[in-house]
Design a binder for this molecule. Structure first.
Ligand code: ADP
Ligand code: ZN
Ligand code: ZN
Length: 737
């Protein structure tokens, strides 16, 4: 055994911006200390699990203060070297402590120090044969038939305990279907798979010309880095392009990873992938810890060839990566909004670059960032301009609601249209834009919103007396009249979904009004139930939030109404108009997918607003071009780099005091081209009993901003005012919330 001095540099789950030095546990072979092994460590009064980053022959920590690690948990690294390097990159880019970044790279059971071996709990799923199997063959075995039907509804499989819950005493039926070859344990199966045996791939439907061209472009790029922006209208067949490109990657013996927003990773999507590639591993929040570990290990060891997952799957280790797909790349859910605030979409691009493989970012409504990257030549743009089936694009129209009577935010114009469509046997979907809700004050007669006098942003109603600018923090009292036309018909517009639902139920008692928002769908299965009732035509009038925009098709919806486009136009958040346009386009895409053409009506006080005009007349692409121009003129992302320093505390004054001190500290370092804006209260100033505020750092170049953060963040904790707040930094924030 070697006895040279050896120090372990370890990433420890802690909010501190550094790694920690330890001595090896007694009597352990020095050769075992490979970067990427886990260690059990004493840390303060706790015992934690850390990951070895590297060994060193020197330590700056005085010998008397050094502690020994308690135990080596792995004989070989659980994390491959390139994942350690990726963690370092991410810690650096997102200015997040390495120990916490490392947590994102491991499933819970590995974080807890459990062994890196497959779990014992089975996950039952139908095989290809089972999925295609005729239930009539099970006529004389009702239990088997019930099991078959249950798993048909859950092509993603059910964990042993879940299955027993849904179908008690199913053991004999499980055995019988196993024997028939219709059933398998996905966990055992994953273990039995071998990385080097080719994966059987089914033929897909023939692609149309645009799809084929897109798939060919990606296939030709396999083996090297290239980023593609697949810009295809809703229903244009993007998924078929992903499947074709994945098939090509897999045929070359590589792995493919597809990232989807949580809400889109439905059993139907998984079934579609599985129908194509018998073996598809999933990684999402519906799995238990053991199942997540199983997928993680199968991905790392190359057994899983096709992996479909949500945001956190962006961190899956891959033995031989071949292709990464990000579906709905514009979706805000790819950005983690708490703790380690990474963007899975951006990470996917970085990983593709580092692994020299192509990445596809697909969407009907590209983010302005991605459009900008495409315009700069960093991404290759691929277009699918037509819907794959027979459906036609719906027409969009603005409703000028200035000075019109409103019932819970519903104008007479919109209500007339609702009546007309319901009368003609159509279904209607009404949509409220509720994200990051902070009302703008606006004149009902001329539509003029109150703007900040110091910067270009809109003022937001705060409490019921103050107007606040969330960019620069300026404040003033609410005026009595419109500064433009003098009208006193002045106020905040926009209602909660519940009140709109109530009003609609009274106005249209026979329409079967349904509400779809976070509250009404919290109970498991309630969303499915509502959707079922919509499909059966029992519910013909739906009112909901952005949840309605995603993933679901409503073939009989003929009218989509958008109640409050103005909230998107004049929000405190500069990204709000982009999000609004995406949502309107996505909801519009949900309607009239079959033979019935759809109509989309958008209520606004600003019928002349150029962005709305672009959207309505020429579609999302034209809107995006105009919005990008605005961003460029205002020096906003993607033409500038942002970082947001947030602070919160139970005492109202504490966050601002801390941010003032932070501002001083930043200002003292004089970073060229970095502007400090604020402190300002957050749009929702009080949440869960805490007051929240932020300081915005805005820079024309990323490098000086990164340098400033790197130098200053470790010092923030030394500020006296830091002790009274919780603070965090958000690089590339997607909202000021
Ligand atoms: P997107 O992902 O762009 O919304 P999908 O891939 O889900 O579109 O395709 C929309 C619908 O069109 C699906 O029902 C799909 O099966 C069908 N489809 C896609 N491509 C083709 C094609 N080449 N021929 C026939 N149908 C297609
Ligand atoms: Zn006015
Ligand atoms: Zn301002």
């Amino acid at each position: 055994m070697k006895r040279a001095p050896l120090y372990l540099k370890v990433a420890v789950p802690s909010p501190l911006y550094r790694d920690f030095d330890y001595l090896p546990p007694a009597d352990t072979d020095a050769a075992l200390f490979q970067p990427g092994v886990r260690l059990k460590l004493p840390f303060g009064r706790r015992e934690v699990v850390g990951v070895l980053l590297e060994t060193a022959v020197r330590s700056e920590v005085p010998a008397a203060k050094l502690k020994a690690a308690r135990k080596l948990l792995d004989v070989a690294p659980v994390l491959p070297q390139e994942m350690l390097a990726l963690a370092r990159w991410a810690a650096d880019y997102y200015r997040h402590p390495i120990g916490e970044v490392m947590q994102a790279l491991m499933p819970v059971s590995l974080r807890q120090g459990k062994a890196a071996v497959l779990p014992a709990v089975p996950r039952w799923q139908l095989t290809q044969a089972g999925l295609a199997g005729d239930p009539a063959e099970l006529k004389r075995a009702p239990k088997q038939r019930a099991l078959h039907a249950l798993l048909q509804r859950h092509p993603e499989g059910l964990a042993g305990p879940r299955l027993t819950e849904e179908l008690p005493q199913a053991a004999a039926a499980v055995k019988a279907l196993l024997k028939r070859g219709w059933l398998e344990d996905a966990v055992r199966h994953a273990q039995a798979l071998e990385a080097d045996i080719p994966l059987p791939v089914m033929e897909g439907a023939p692609l149309n010309a645009a799809q084929q061209a897109a798939a060919n472009a990606v296939t030709a790029a396999l083996g090297g880095y290239q980023a593609f922006l697949l810009d295809g209208v809703t229903g244009s067949g993007k998924t078929e392009v992903y499947l074709a490109a994945i098939a090509a990657a897999v045929a070359g013996g590589r792995q493919a990873l597809a990232l989807l927003p949580e809400i889109n990773l439905t059993p139907q999507t998984l079934a579609r992938f599985r129908a194509r590639f018998g073996e598809v591993a999933a990684y999402h929040s519906g799995l238990n810890d053991g199942e997540r570990l199983a997928t993680w290990l199968a991905a790392r060891d190359g057994r899983a060839r096709v992996i479909v997952g949500t945001r956190s799957a962006a961190w899956l280790p891959l033995r031989s990566p071949g292709l990464i797909v990000v579906d709905e790349e514009h979706d805000a859910s790819f950005k983690q909004q708490e703790g380690f605030r990474y963007s899975a979409r951006d990470l996917a691009v970085v990983r593709a670059q580092r692994a020299s493989i192509p990445v596809i970012l697909g969407t009907a409504t590209p983010s302005l960032e991605s459009l900008h990257n495409a315009a700069q030549g960093r991404y290759t743009r691929l277009e699918l301009p037509e819907r794959a089936g027979s459906a036609r694009h719906p027409s969009l129209r603005l409703l000028d609601i200035r000075s019109r009577p409103l019932v819970e935010g519903l104008s007479d114009l919109l209500l007339d249209a609702v009546k007309r469509h319901l009368g003609a046997g159509g279904q209607v979907l009404l949509f409220l834009n509720r994200r990051g809700y902070a009302p703008t004050l606006m004149c009902h007669d001329c539509g003029t919103p109150e703007a900040c006098k110091r910067c270009d942003a809109r003022m937001t109603l705060h409490g019921d007396r103050r107007l606040v600018c969330h960019h620069c923090g300026a404040e003033r009292p609410i005026p009595r009249q419109c500064s433009h036309c003098g009208s006193e018909s002045f106020g905040a517009f926009g209602q909660g979904t519940e009140r709109v639902e109530q009003a609609l139920t009274e106005l249209f008692p026979d329409a079967g009004v349904a509400r779809v928002d976070r509250d009404s769908t919290r109970r498991k299965g309630s969303m499915e139930q509502i959707l079922d009732e919509v499909q059966r035509g029992e519910r013909r009038l739906l009112v909901g939030t952005q949840m309605l925009a995603k993933g679901h098709d409503f073939p009989n919806v003929t009218l989509v109404g958008v109640l409050d486009a103005d909230q998107g136009l004049f929000s405190a958040d500069f990204r709000a108009s982009e999000r609004m346009a995406q949502l309107i386009t996505q909801v519009a895409g949900r309607a009239g997918r079959a033979e019935r053409p759809g109509e989309v009506l958008i209520q606004t006080h600003q019928p002349q607003h150029p962005l709305l005009q672009h959207l309505v007349r020429e579609g999302y692409g034209s809107f995006a071009a105009a919005a990008l121009d605005e961003r460029r003129l205002a020096a906003l992302p993607p033409y500038a780099a942002f970082a947001l320093l947030r602070a919160e505390a139970p005492a109202q004054a504490a966050p601002t005091a801390f941010l003032e001190a932070a501002r001083e500290l930043f200002a003292g370092r004089r970073a060229p081209g970095v502007q400090l804006l604020g402190p300002a209260p957050a749009p929702m100033e009080r949440r869960a009993g805490r007051y929240r505020a932020h300081l915005l750092l805005q820079a024309s170049q990323r490098a000086p901003l990164q340098k400033l953060l790197a130098a200053a963040l470790p010092e923030l904790d030394q500020l006296k005012s830091a002790r009274r707040v919780r603070w965090s930094v958000d690089v590339d924030p997607i909202s000021l919330d």
